[in-house]
Design a protein around this ligand. Structure first.
Ligand SMILES: Nc1ncnc2c1ncn2[C@@H]1O[C@@H]2COP(=O)(O)O[C@H]2[C@H]1O
Length: 789
């Protein structure tokens, strides 16, 4: 039968260590090295040498105190387990001085020092022996010329002194492990006074180590200590929650596991406390944290392996590894709960274990931010603009839901809700003469960035969407991709355009046609690049989304709809009201009539795909998530214009980012168009904003953008702010992806012109109109903008 390590004879297992119940950390270097410092080779010396050979020790011999110190301190010696010094002749070998020097040398704390003394020393009195012990010798032995006596002495020294020292020496490695441990560990005596604390406990308790060690647990946490002791004195682990007494911070809940340990005797002499605060929990899912809070507190748990001691950690697997918790959390742990952000938090928690207290505090703050909603959404206060018009505009664009009543003005007029503008139901009959050659000439330029959108509006009597749509759908093979005839698309476009409100100055079908045209130019540019970024289905769905992205827009913002308790705001719970309505209207109208159902020939999977792309793209035009979309795009594709090799979207997530960015850039492309278009769009949006403010005043509603008052507003300033805060960075990022430097050139030129206008006092709508007339004259006399750059 195999013997257990404890039962094996010591000689056959020289590295065995007494009766520790945990797996031993084996001492290094099983060969025991012995340094024998004897000034002369007499029979006593010979007997010791023979005995050390008999015990397979590795001896080194020196003849003086100096050479003994040198040999001991020599790094190549690798350290000696035993030093035997001849203390019989103090004049030739100063044993006490040598002992002192050795003990003062680095690395001697685990070396056993033995002095050989004359028999007469023992017989007289023990003062000489005590002096030797006092300077650091562990043992004094009587000189003997007999090998067997020396061998017996050495064997006893080896067992009673060297081996325990070897075991103790390995504690250094265990303390290092403990000190670097992720979990906070505090070891207290049996009265719960801290005797040891590792580095992680600094973070959990927010105290320095020297403030923790020596303190009673009562001073460190709020806890019913008697409750803990009542468990641990009966050799039961305690498992529960304590509240920290954090310095200059709010106190927080920590999970504690107290494990009683007995170092001497039968009763616990120490308690090992394993602490974990919520911020360093490995699994930061709130669901799990809450689940834990609901578990029984201060529960007695069976004593067990090291594995079960680790249960204090919020690691799902270790939590689920024991009794009650296994049953209650088994389901949770088997669910795919880990989100990417959870992994990030977990990695940061790991970093936190090995950093300074200051760094750990900073990481705590970082982790708090990461746990918040809307990671990419800037808070309004972080956008600093001196100009109130820009503040108004950017604030309104980035804010969802009803206007904060405290931050807006109200007029005194009492009135009720404004209904959405009624879509015109007139059928589309083009003026044959206008439609003819001029129109077809214009459509030839359908993919030019300086496409004359307002000329198309005029030629089509404010119905540009159908004409341009048919042209672009043809160019991008949309009919083939959807396996659907041109007539269905024509009827569909007519129906969609009918649901744009022609009375809106900005959000009408000309804006839809303009966004669709920008989308087409971007698609064309992407397909010109070597990279296969968009397939035919991507192109078709992008054009369709652009055509309908503002359908049935009431000419008022979502905030207005929320403030006026409109039915749409009620339907969509004040969330993403308009964009949800545009997407829903697109599908509701399209599916309602087979004659216009452009999806009718797609199989179910294709239809689902097309629908999800279109809905996602329309929703992406919602401005409250502008910075989120932009930041995600930049984080994947960067903004390095110099980089010649654009990154291809290599997965579905990245493909989505490109589509969203594409429609967003098309939606607000007006500041990147030639100046005369840019100015006209600015005039149109300003007029729409003014109408909203007029109505808000009339109806005593909160005023979403108080600065957009037709009597006082500076349109130039609003455009400067819009370009600075919304357009500039987005177009930079987009240009670096698709390489269309003209959008940057136009944007920069337009920006400089708005600055000039502002200096010249060109601010109001009538100022802008006058400016437009002069711009048109300039164009007529063919002064190209390019020449002006
Ligand atoms: N030139 C501009 N000046 C100010 N705001 C603009 C301009 N162009 C677009 N916008 C705003 O940006 C928004 C983008 O989404 P919407 O089309 O819903 O509504 C648009 C306007 O509110």
């Amino acid at each position: 039968m195999a013997l257990t390590p404890e039962e094996e004879p010591l000689d056959s297992c020289p590295r065995l260590v007494s009766d520790l119940k945990f797996p031993n950390l084996l001492p290094p270097n099983p060969v025991i090295k012995i340094l024998i410092a004897f000034c002369k080779n007499d029979p006593v010396f010979d007997a010791l040498v023979n005995a050390s050979h008999r015990l397979s020790l590795e001896p080194t011999f020196v003849k003086s105190a100096e050479s003994a110190i040198e040999a001991f301190q020599n790094p190549s010696s690798g350290g000696h387990h035993i030093i035997i010094v001849d203390a019989r002749y103090p004049r030739t070998m100063e044993a006490e001085a040598l002992g002192r020097s050795i003990r003062n040398s680095k690395g001697s704390q685990h070396t056993t020092m033995v002095a050989v003394v004359k028999k007469s020393v023992f017989e007289k009195d023990d003062t000489a022996v005590i002096s030797l012990l006092d300077v650091g010798y562990n043992r004094c032995i009587i000189e003997s010329p007999h090998v067997s006596i020396c061998s017996s002495e050495l064997r006893q020294i080896q067992h009673s002194l060297v081996r325990p020292q070897n075991v103790i020496s390995t504690q250094q490695a265990l303390y290092t492990a403990l000190h670097r441990s992720r979990e906070a560990v505090i070891i207290t005596d049996d009265t719960l006074r801290a005797q040891y604390a590792n580095r992680a406990s600094e973070r959990v308790l927010n105290m320095k180590l020297d403030e923790i060690v020596g303190r009673s647990l009562n001073d460190l946490v709020t806890a019913d200590i008697s409750n803990i002791l009542s468990h641990t004195s009966r050799y039961k682990d305690y498992d529960g929650y304590l509240t920290t007494r954090r310095k200059s911070q709010e106190s927080s809940q920590i999970h504690v596991r107290a494990v009683p340990v007995s170092c001497i005797g039968r009763n616990p002499t120490h308690l090992v406390l394993i602490l974990e605060s919520s911020s360093s929990a490995l699994v930061s899912s709130n669901a799990i944290g809450e689940a834990l809070q609901t578990l029984p507190q201060g529960k007695e748990v069976p004593r067990g392996s090291l594995h079960s001691i680790r249960r204090g950690s919020f690691d799902v697997r270790s939590i689920a590894s024991d009794g009650l918790r296994r049953t209650s959390l088994a389901k949770l742990s088997s669910l795919p709960l880990e989100a990417p952000i959870t992994k990030v938090l977990s990695l940061l928690a790991q970093v936190q274990e090995n950093c300074s207290l200051e760094e750990a505090k900073l990481l705590d703050r970082v982790m708090e931010f990461l746990k918040r909603e809307g990671l990419y959404s800037p808070q309004m206060k972080e956008i600093r603009t001196e100009d109130p018009v820009a503040t108004d505009l950017i604030g309104a664009l980035l804010t969802q839901g009803p206007t904060n009543i405290l931050s807006s003005r109200r007029s005194s007029n009492d009135s009720i809700i404004r209904g959405g503008g009624r879509p015109s139901t007139g059928s589309i009959v083009f003026n044959k003469t206008k439609e003819s050659s001029e129109l077809s000439d214009l459509l030839q330029t359908a993919l030019d960035w300086d496409f004359e959108i307002f000329k198309l509006e005029e030629l089509t009597e404010k119905r540009p969407l159908v004409c341009l749509g048919l042209e672009l759908f043809r160019r991008f093979d949309v009919y083939a991709t959807f396996n659907c005839d041109e007539m269905t698309f024509k009827l569909w476009l007519i129906e969609m355009e009918k649901h744009y409100h022609s009375e809106n100055t900005y959000h009408n079908s000309t804006h839809a046609a303009d966004v669709m045209q920008a989308t087409a130019v971007y698609l064309q540019q992407l397909s010109n690049r070597e990279l296969k970024i968009m397939d035919r289905m991507d192109e078709a769905t992008a054009l369709i989304a652009a055509a309908t992205h503002d359908i049935d827009h009431p000419g008022r913002s979502s905030a207005f709809l929320c403030n006026s308790d409109s039915s749409l705001a009620l339907l969509y719970n004040d969330i993403c009201v308009l964009e949800s309505h545009h997407a829903a209207t697109t599908f509701r109208l399209t599916l309602a009539d087979d004659k216009i159902n452009i999806f009718k020939n797609l199989d179910r999977d294709m239809y689902k795909l097309a629908r999800s792309i279109i809905v996602d793209m329309i929703l992406a035009t919602e401005m409250t998530r502008h910075f989120e979309h932009l930041a995600k795009f930049v984080s994947v594709f960067g903004t390095d214009v110099e980089s010649k090799e654009p990154l291809a979207p290599d997965n579905d997530d990245n493909q989505i980012l490109v589509r969203r960015m594409l429609i967003k850039c098309a939606d607000v492309s007006n500041p990147t168009r030639p100046l005369k278009f840019c100015v006209e769009w600015a005039r149109r949006i300003a007029e729409e904003y003014f109408m909203q403010t007029d109505e808000e005043k009339r109806k005593n509603l909160p005023i979403v953008m108080p600065m957009f008052d037709r009597t006082t507003c500076s349109i130039s300033k609003s455009q400067i702010g819009f370009i600075e805060y919304i357009i500039h960075d987005m177009m930079d990022a987009w240009n670096s992806f698709i390489e269309m430097p003209e959008i940057i050139r136009y944007m920069e030129f337009n920006y400089s012109q708005w600055k000039l206008f502002e200096e010249q006092g060109i601010n109001t709508l009538s100022d802008i109109k006058r400016k437009q007339m002069s711009l048109n004259e300039e164009t007529a006399s063919s002064i190209s903008l390019e020449e002006k750059f």
